[in-house]
Design a protein around this ligand. Sequence first.
Ligand code: C2E
Ligand code: CA
Ligand code: CA
Length: 619
Amino acid sequence: MSREPSFRPILSAAEPDPAGRGTGERGEGSPVLSCEVAGQGPSCAQLPEVCESERRLRRAMWASGTSVWEWRAEGGLIRVDPFLLGGAEVNLPACSVEDFLQRLHPEDAQAAQDAWRAHREGQRADLEVVLRLHHDGRQRWLRMHGRAIERDARGEPCLVMGTLKDMTAEREAAEALQAMARALERMSRHDGLTDLPNRAGLEDYLAQRMAQGDGFALMQLDIDGVKDINDSYGHEAGDRLLRTAAGRLREVLQGGEASAVLARWSGSSFSMVLQPGSGETEVRTIAQGVIAAFALPFDAQGHPVSLQARIGAVLAPRDGATPVELLRKVDVATQAARGPVRNGLAFYGSDLEDDVQRRVRLFSLLRADAERNGFAFVAQPKVDRDGQATGAELLMRWPTEAFGAVSPAEFIPMAEKLGLIGLMGRHALHAAARLAARCAAAGQRLPVAVNLSPKQVLQPGLDRQLLVACERAGIEPALLEIELTESALLAGLDVVRPVLQRLRGFGFSLALDDFGTGYSSLSYLRQLPLSKVKIDRSFLLDIERDERALRMLEPMIRLCEVLGLSTVAEGVETPAQFEVLRRLGVPEFQGYHFARPLPVDEWAARVEAAGPVPIRLPG
Ligand code: C2E
Ligand code: CA
Ligand code: CA
């Protein structure tokens, strides 16, 4: 504890302000305290009751950490009573104003001079300033308050007195509160996972940008497949992946649109506000960059996975006068970019509203049709090197009254989203088994391939479902071929391999579909009990002309041979393609060159008509 200071106080009546200025609360005639200058003023012995009152007052000030200071024109020194700073007593030596200012933070020295000038010239009734003083290696905050209590004939102060108080604790508390408020404000507008502005932050920013009046483009980007990653590998893996995605998007923007703002709109969707004056050209450039950045695999717990980005774009102010309107329309555009025709990028247009309404209607129709099996099935034959039928792939068709035939590329993802794919897949299984049974009854062993969605692979009763379908149709499992895409393996080899091994054990044959469009092909090929690999049609484009296309295809086929896997070339459309593939040693083919998918009854009727005689398809 610090010692109570010793002082020799005097009490003096305040002199009236000679210039008639500076009348504040403690105005004219009010008692003020002043340190005794040796030899001046009445002594305590003469006025004991006053001394007692002053002592009490001084104690109270001491206790409250308040000190008294004075400045006299005569001598020009500032004297400060001992005072408490951070619990320790401080004795500042009497010093000139310049020396006193030297001890202060430079900004505050200026503020103190300004305050002093304002008071001296009568613009301010009081001298009040908050100062930072360096003491004991720390910066302390002091509130200095005072007033000229004597002025000369010209109105210039001769004696200024006042108080000094340590404000450090209050100041630090206020700063901590402000920092907390700033952090909270930041949190409410920022996404903690990616450190990007969140929805609220984006809305604020959009409002600012719209107020500036320059046109600009707003893009929204939805990443497909993040939910599957979360389900298969856990939320941490999904979070890491979103952080990586955010990093890639930042890089794309830094490449072309350094002043663009990236925000996280919701779970797996991001927004980009491009620079002032940006339009369709800038959007297309960024979209290309994004699509290229997403073409590289992402990592999910050591497994490379592929994700697709769909991009919607609006232009302000053309497409909306408020942030809300822009955001709604960019969402419409992003949904439209999901459809098969737009190649991942859609600009808002009023026609898209119809698209979205159509999708909403399709969703409800699909629900009803999944229940009552409102689907049709077609079969596309496969042939061997001599063009002789080896089996067929069953493909689902969805004829609707309102919208005509809807493409599987559109309704299969919808079914997955709505959780209807299991139910619809069951209808397909039974149709495939029945078709294989009809062919078998006609004396032809022509297996039927059926596509399984990744979600079905993970459904617990899959093997039972398959066995029931075979049993009902009266066929052996070897007549059903199951086609899976690499995305079915997203759940991890440890989960998927036992399921597939069980199916293989029952005698079903397993084909890996769309081979070459994923990333992890090689390790999967080695570790899974597959019987066949279907080479995606994208590898066949230009093989008859382009050397490079051939150089990619050939090693793929050799690899399958080495691993003992049979290959099927999908999407063979021309005699030239057929010829090249045959030369490369591919044993089985499927494509428009031989036959388009045809109604199952039609295919069955052809097989029945042929009886046990092998069927040759033109091509
Ligand atoms: P996929 O399994 O790769 O099926 C092959 C697709 O290629 C079919 O399209 C077929 O009509 C088409 N195609 C066949 N030959 C050629 C050709 O020479 N050239 C071209 N350009 N295309 C050819 P489709 O019927 O539109 O089916 C698209 C996708 O929808 C299928 O791709 C499959 O992934 C999915 N799908 C179809 N039916 C089912 C089903 O029952 N269940 C599940 N889960 N998916 C299905
Ligand atoms: Ca297929
Ligand atoms: Ca395929």
